[in-house]
Structure formats: structure tokens, C-alpha cells
Design a binder for this molecule. Structure first.
Ligand code: ACO
Length: 429
């Protein structure tokens, strides 16, 4: 805490002194916690555009400069040199692991990949066409029924075990969700494979014959997972923290995070991008759809464009754009939707409306194209995002318990309803 203060004076002339809190980098904040006590005023910030809700030492973003760092390491360096499990260790523990730490963490995750057989029976109760995100939300939430008694969120060891279980079991559940969708038998995890290979084996393997994992696909998934692992206080992470602030079961917290991620304004955008490209259909229709996106009377938006924080470019989009071309080349896929996407990007980037509002393609503009190339149905795209983001969610949830300033999340409001009035009996209304 610095010794600086910000002075605020209300229209009535009441003055409050609010302490300035500075992080190590990034804009300083002033702490409004005592504002109401000092002045009778609350702050109003719908959508939390200028409000920090917690202290965090995990991820740093500078939206103007297009910077994303996990524990101080630039995302570009991690994408180039690291792997998802190492990044998971980094996010959870704060430092990169040495060889022995990596081996032990990897083994720990690997040993928790199986799910209770009753979870498998529960999953079989869903209709074949249940949306995979609806199933993920329910199944991960239902883990709370298996890991509740005997686990205490106040015990650091229990919290860590819950985090490991979540990271390890998400791919097993995700693959089973996919198998339910296509009507194939669920596959058990193969612990001789690495994290992404294991996922691909559970998704695309069948008991009737051996399945060889394509290394290009496994590497592409690993990269996508690194890029999606954490993203500071986004909607789903804030949801996890808000639910977590009540002391709720960690599986319930992550289930709430999955619900939040599902929305098309957040993680659901990768699915929405592909649906949009399908709707546009052909390069000749792009102008029409760009005009629709600009028309304020039309709810249509260009999916995969714009970001609450990045106002110049999304550094993840730069990495993934390159990877997208490489993956399609490596897999020998000539996808007309990629051509359509590139043309759309080109036209929108030159358009005054998008330039003025600093609307650039975000990470999800490209991730869907890669998932499609790996043979995934669009409904599974956000599930893949959820597997990766689980690492960020659990890291932030763990950090919340280790931060002294954590209180139950309880925003205030600006009331706009009727003022006090007397009840009128139904026969007089
Ligand atoms: N297409 C057309 N216009 C847009 C778009 C878009 N994709 N995004 C924003 N705008 C316009 C808005 O209409 C608004 O215009 P105005 O100033 O004339 O009213 C202006 O740009 C600012 O937009 P806001 O909605 O205020 O920006 P906000 O920060 O609240 O929203 C969001 C960010 C939700 C990402 C938005 O850009 C959007 O809906 N994009 C499409 C969905 C998407 O791709 N989401 C993925 C986000 S990344 C992720 O979650 C991993």
C-alpha cells in the first residue's frame, strides 16, 4: 500500500480520502472500500470496466500494448518453448518447475485421470444430442457429490488435491461427452500418453482397434491450451472467484465457471465464429455481413472480433493465426472456411467502423478453425477451452484462499424500481 491518497468530493461537498493501491506493473487503483462510509456514495461500474475486484499475482495483461504474461513470462515465450502441463505448474505454483518437479506434477495429474464409474453411468443418462457444455457443467458440478464430505476448503492440502483432480479429470469427462454425442463407447484414459495425446485417444480411439495419435494434432492442442490457460479476471474466472468467495465446494465453483464460459460473448465465441462463417457461406456475402455488424438496429456482431481488454491486438490471436496455417498445411486440409475467415479479417480490418472502435480478431477467431481441422464438431469447441481454462480457474481459486484481503463478493446496485408503496388486495387491483 502506498501513502498516496485520492480526494473525492461529492456534490454536497463531503470529501473522502481514498488510499491509492499500486501493483507491480499496470495502472494504479484507488481503494473505494470506505467510500460509502465516508460519503454515503457507492461507485457504479456496470461490467466492471474500471474496477479491480481482487489482488492477483498470476496473469498480467496490458490491453493497449497487446501484452499477456503468465507469472511474468510473455505468452509468446511460453507458446514457443513450454508445454501445457509445465504452464499449469507455473500458473498454480508461481514458478517454472525443475525436471524433478515437472515429473512429479505430471505423474500426479496422470494418476487422477480416471473418473468414478458412477459418473460414467450418470453421463449415460443424457440424450445423445445434449449440448456438450451443458453436460460438462452438470458432470463437473456432480463431482461435488463425490468429493464433499471429508474435504475441507480450509485445508490447503485438500484444496490442492481438488485442483489436481479438476485438471486431470476434465479431459476424461470432455472425451466422454464427445462420445455420448456421437454414440460411441466411452474410452478409459491411457496413462502412458501425455495430456493432449491422452485426450485425443479418448476422443477418437475406439475399443475395437488401436488408435495412433497424430503428433501434429496433439501439438496444436497443446498450443491452444497454453494460450487459453488463464486470462486474468475475465467473466468465467470472476464467476469462479465469486462463487469461491462463499466457501463453496471447488467442483461447484468450476461448474459455475463453465456456465459463464459457455456464453457467446465469452468462450462460446469460437463456436459462434464457425456458425457465423457457415451463415456467411461465401466470400461474395462478406460485405453484406460486415454491413449488418455495423448496423445498430441489427443484433448481428462479427463473432471473434473485439475484446474487452485488448484494444490494439490480441497477442494470442497473432500466435494462433500462424499456427492455424501451419496445422492446416501439416494436416493437408484445404478449408474454404479458412479462406473466408481470412477475407473477412482483411475487409473488417480496413473498415472505418472496426478501425475506429479498435475491433481486432481475438483468439477465438482462429481457434475454431483449428478445432474443426482436428475433426471436432463445433459444439465441442468451448469444451476444449474449458479444459485449458480449468488450470487458470483452479489457480485463481487457490490464490483467493491465500490472499488476506478475500471477502465474500457482494456488489451493490443503483436501485431504479418503485419507491415504497402500500400493498393493494387482489380484488382491488
Ligand atoms: N461486431 C460489431 N460491432 C462490435 C463488435 C463486433 N464483434 N464488438 C464490439 N462492437 C462495437 C459495439 O457495438 C460498440 O459500438 P458503439 O461504441 O458504436 O456502441 C463498440 O464496438 C464497443 O463494444 P462493447 O460491446 O462496448 O465492447 P465490450 O468490451 O463490452 O465487449 C466483446 C467486448 C463482448 C468481446 C464484444 O467485442 C463482442 O461481442 N465480440 C464478439 C464476441 C466475441 O468474439 N467474444 C470473444 C471474446 S474473447 C474470449 O472470451 C476468449
Amino acid at each position: 500500500m502506498s501513502d498516496k491518497f485520492v480526494k473525492v468530493t461529492t456534490p454536497e461537498g463531503v470529501t473522502a480520502e481514498l488510499p491509492v493501491k499500486e501493483g507491480v506493473i499496470g495502472p494504479p487503483t484507488f481503494d473505494v472500500k470506505t467510500l460509502h462510509k465516508q460519503t454515503g456514495y457507492f461507485t457504479y461500474d456496470s461490467g466492471f470496466a474500471a474496477t479491480g475486484a481482487c489482488e492477483s499475482g498470476i496473469t498480467f495483461i496490458d490491453g493497449e500494448k497487446g501484452i499477456l504474461q503468465y507469472r511474468g513470462y510473455p505468452i509468446e515465450q511460453l507458446a514457443e518453448n513450454s508445454n501445457f502441463i509445465e504452464v499449469a505448474y507455473l500458473l498454480m505454483n508461481g514458478e517454472l518447475p525443475n525436471k524433478a518437479e515437472f515429473k512429479s506434477f505430471d505423474e500426479e495429474i496422470t494418476r487422477h485421470t480416471m473418473v468414478h464409474e458412477k459418473i460414467r453411468s450418470l453421463m449415460k443418462g443424457f440424450q445423445y444430442d445434449a449440448h456438450p457444455m451443458a453436460m460438462m457443467m452438470s458432470v463437473i458440478g456432480s463431482f461435488a457429490a463425490f468429493y464433499h464430505e471429508g474435504m475441507s476448503v480450509d485445508d490447503a492440502k485438500d484444496r490442492r488435491l481438488a485442483a489436481i483432480r479438476l485438471i486431470a479429470k476434465m479431459p476424461t469427462v470432455a472425451a466422454a461427452v464427445y462420445k455420448n454425442y456421437i454414440g460411441q463407447p466411452f474410452m478409459y484414459p491411457r496413462n502412458d500418453l501425455n495430456f493432449t495425446e491422452r485426450l485425443l485417444h479418448m476422443m477418437y480411439g475406439v475399443p475395437a482397434e488401436p488408435y495412433e495419435v497424430n503428433p501434429v494434432a496433439a501439438k496444436a492442442l497443446d498450443l491452444l491450451f497454453i494460450l487459453h490457460a488463464d486470462h486474468e479476471q475475465n467473466a468465467s474466472t470472476s464467476t469462479v472467484r465469486l462463487v469461491g468467495s462463499t466457501g463453496a465446494n471447488p467442483f461447484a465453483c468450476i461448474s459455475a465457471g463453465i456456465a459463464s464460459l459457455w456464453g457467446p460473448a465469452h468462450g462460446g465465441a469460437n463456436e459462434a465464429v464457425l456458425n457465423m462463417l457457415g451463415e456467411i457461406g461465401d466470400v461474395s456475402n462478406i460485405e453484406k455481413y460486415v454491413a449488418k455488424a455495423k448496423d445498430k438496429n441489427d443484433p448481428f456482431r462479427l463473432m471473434g472480433f473485439g475484446h474487452r481488454v485488448y484494444k490494439n491486438y490480441d497477442p494470442r490471436a497473432t500466435i494462433i493465426r500462424k499456427a492455424c496455417h501451419e496445422v492446416l498445411d501439416d494436416l493437408g486440409i484445404d478449408d474454404p472456411q479458412l479462406e473466408l475467415a481470412m477475407k473477412l479479417e482483411e475487409i473488417a480490418l480496413k473498415d472505418e467502423y472496426f478501425v475506429q472502435r479498435k475491433l481486432y480478431p481475438n483468439v477465438d477467431f482462429y481457434s475454431g478453425i483449428i478445432y474443426k481441422a482436428l475433426g471436432m464438431p463445433t459444439q465441442m469447441f468451448t469444451v476444449m477451452f474449458a479444459i485449458a481454462r480449468t488450470v487458470g480457474w483452479v489457480s485463481q481459486w487457490l490464490e483467493q484462499y491465500e490472499t488476506a484481503d478475500t471477502r465474500i463478493g457482494r456488489p451493490r446496485q443503483l436501485y431504479t424500481g418503485p419507491v415504497t408503496r402500500d400493498f393493494v388486495n387482489i380484488d382491488k387491483r
